[in-house]
Design a protein. Structure first.
Length: 250
């Protein structure tokens, strides 16, 4: 991504303290326009206000990615997108013992984590190609690589995203559209900490070689780098940003 101002769409970025909001701040800091989506108008407006207070440019699109009318509306309202960050994730009924799950209950997580990412990426890729290139960044997870109890569905969804990353990189490479995955480890984002529980999450963090949780800002800085021209030969890879968690697991 050149130093010229770009339109960057980040899904699931409408909450302070989350990875998506940190990514939006990172791109705005670097002089780009952050277009963020989320399910809550008030919270999304707060993220936009924070960015603008620091001199950045941002706007918010209220959307539920499990609703495909909303997904189509994002494609229309976002305009020309130079960088797409598929960050939104749903954990609803996707993290539980497999025998206690059913496809009807966790359909929302499949819609948000897989179908919406596919629809948005294919919706913007042709425009990127027509303008000479672009970048798609898929926020994955170590769960897509490391198989853990109660994570069968969520892990399968993230493994699917990793497969999309490789396939799309091959498919659109000739059009100068790069596709990269980022797989965070244990990161102290507010939503995930609330979902898993602070005590359990801290114990998980202590298993990392670095002995701590990552921060949303640390993930965001990697995302901003791989979207930049400094990483112009990087595509088709999912990068672990996990404090050494997977290195220790091998």
């Amino acid at each position: 991504m050149s130093s010229q101002r770009k339109n960057v769409l980040i899904t699931g970025a409408g909450a302070r303290g989350g990875i998506g909001a940190a990514i939006a701040h990172a791109f705005a800091r670097d002089g780009h326009t952050a277009v963020i989506t989320g399910r809550n108008q008030e919270r999304g407006d707060a993220v936009v206000a924070d960015i603008r207070a620091r001199g950045g440019e941002a706007r918010f699109i209220l959307a539920d990615l499990s609703n495909f009318a909303d997904v189509d509306r994002i494609i229309t309202e976002a305009g020309d997108v130079d960088v797409l960050v598929n960050n939104a994730a749903s954990y609803r009924d996707s993290i539980a013992p497999s025998l206690k799950q059913n496809l009807d209950a966790n359909v929302e997580s499949w819609d948000v984590n897989i179908r919406a990412a596919f629809a948005l990426t294919t919706g913007f890729a042709s425009g990127m190609a027509a303008r000479g290139g672009g970048v798609v960044i898929n926020i994955s997870s170590i769960a897509g690589t490391r198989h853990m109890p109660y994570m069968s569905t969520y892990g399968a969804q993230k493994a699917a995203i990793d497969s999309y990353t490789r396939s799309w990189a091959v498919e659109w490479g000739p059009d100068n559209v790069r596709v990269i995955g980022i797989a965070p480890g244990n990161v102290s984002s507010e939503n995930v900490t609330e979902f898993i529980g602070a005590d359990r999450f801290q114990k998980m963090a202590e298993t990392n070689p670095l002995g701590r949780l990552g921060t949303p800002e640390e993930i965001a800085d990697v995302v901003a780098f791989v979207a930049s021209d400094r990483a112009s030969f990087l595509t088709g890879q999912t990068i672990l940003v996990d404090g050494g968690h997977m290195a220790k697991a091998i």
